[in-house]
Ligand binder design. Structure first.
Ligand SMILES: C[S@@+](CC[C@H](N)C(=O)[O-])C[C@H]1O[C@@H](n2cnc3c(N)ncnc32)[C@H](O)[C@@H]1O
Length: 338
């Protein structure tokens, strides 16, 4: 079995403590947002006294909390004035274009599901089903898409940076495009390209996105449905210079991915490329843990190893030509016709 990190030594009690208290750091970030510290310091740097006044924190507790935030690098103090650190300003300030507050809110929901991990190990993936009234379901779906969008704002830049320069014109198809953030960021770099955003109909209509843009055609389709999928494959056969599947294959079991890749591969032009961007079981410890995120939160999602993914691409007629490790721990496999 793959071991991704050097295993902790028998006497590594510091490692043990860090392993079992990871949830505390998340609680600190959530409280910093919830009690208004991040918003207050986004509005303007201020003294501790002013911050206590704005947030309503008690003096002694607030001071201890602020000291902790400074220690963990979320805020900085200079000459008695507190301000957000560049790190917190980037990811937590509501004014930042890379703000991840939706990701944080979504993680809050996931946390409860993680507590069912043990049950799902014995009863099987998908056994802990939560029924929600429609309005709660809609709210959770909205949160999911907001989180997807925020993460994509960061990760799409990393992906296109790593892929390097492409030809000035072409056609890109994004299967499982979500709100089209990857496509928008791609077209921002390569305005001569046209794009097709393929996703479930209600995702493409509910989420405001690429529909406003003439360069992007919307393609509502349930890619799991063979008939719908083949209709799209027939309509756009051989047209894609680039076919992207970003965080899509981890939604499904191997036999489903194999079936979808067989048809989606037909979309790709003779000298076109497929890019599978995802988290991989053996990519790094974050990818390995992502597999359990899928186990806990989906009925049959999972991550794959890089070799398993290359094998599935090979079954669809593609050979991996590049494997790119991205800064925020995802990977991209770039494949051409074998
Ligand atoms: C995890 S999100 C990834 C979104 C985006 N590609 C990204 O990397 O951020 C998976 C996307 O695949 C879409 N999707 C899942 N199953 C699908 C299916 N059967 N047919 C079409 N789209 C699907 C979801 O609606 C969602 O937008």
């Amino acid at each position: 079995m793959e071991i991704l990190n050097p295993p902790p030594a028998a006497g590594d009690y510091a490692g043990f403590c860090a392993m079992i208290t990871g949830y505390r750091q998340l609680a600190v970030v959530m409280a910093a947002v919830d009690c208004g510290i991040i918003d207050a310091l986004t509005d303007s740097p201020c003294t501790l006294e002013a911050l206590l006044e704005i947030t309503g924190m008690k003096a002694r507790e607030g001071e201890r909390f602020v000291r902790q935030l400074a220690g963990s690098g979320l805020i900085e103090e200079r000459d008695g004035v507190l301000r957000l650190s560049p790190f917190a300003a980037t990811y937590l300030s509501r004014e930042s274009e890379l703000c991840q507050r939706g990701v944080l809110a979504f993680e809050r929901q996931l946390q409860r599901r993680w507590e069912t991990l043990g049950d799902q190990l014995t009863a099987g993936q998908g056994s802990v089903v939560e029924e929600h009234p429609p309005e709660v379901y809609r709210e959770r779906l909205g949160l999911f898409h907001r989180a997807m969008h925020e993460a994509a704002a960061v990760r799409s830049r990393e992906l296109w940076d790593a892929l390097g320069t492409v030809s000035p014109t072409g056609f890109v198809i994004d299967a499982g495009a979500g709100d089209g953030t990857y496509l928008k960021s791609f077209l921002g770099r390569y305005p001569g390209w046209r794009a097709l955003a393929c996703d479930l109909g209600d995702v493409l209509t509910v989420v405001t996105g690429p529909g406003e843009d003439d360069a992007v055609t919307l393609c509502p389709c349930n890619l799991l449905d063979p008939a719908e999928r083949r209709e799209v494959a027939g309509r756009y056969r051989g047209t894609a210079d680039l076919l992207l599947l970003s965080n899509f294959i981890h939604c499904y079991d191997r036999y489903e991915v194999v079936a979808m890749l067989a048809d989606l591969g037909e979309l790709v032009a003779r000298d076109g490329r497929v890019v599978i961007h995802d988290f991989f079981t053996d990519g790094n410890p974050f990818g390995a843990l992502y597999d359990l995120h899928m186990l806990v939160n989906t009925y049959n999602g999972r991550t794959y190893t890089l070799a398993e993914t290359a094998g599935m691409l090979s079954g669809a007629g593609f050979g991996v030509c590049r494997s790119l490790a991205l800064p925020s721990l995802s990977h991209a496999l770039v494949a051409c016709r074998a």
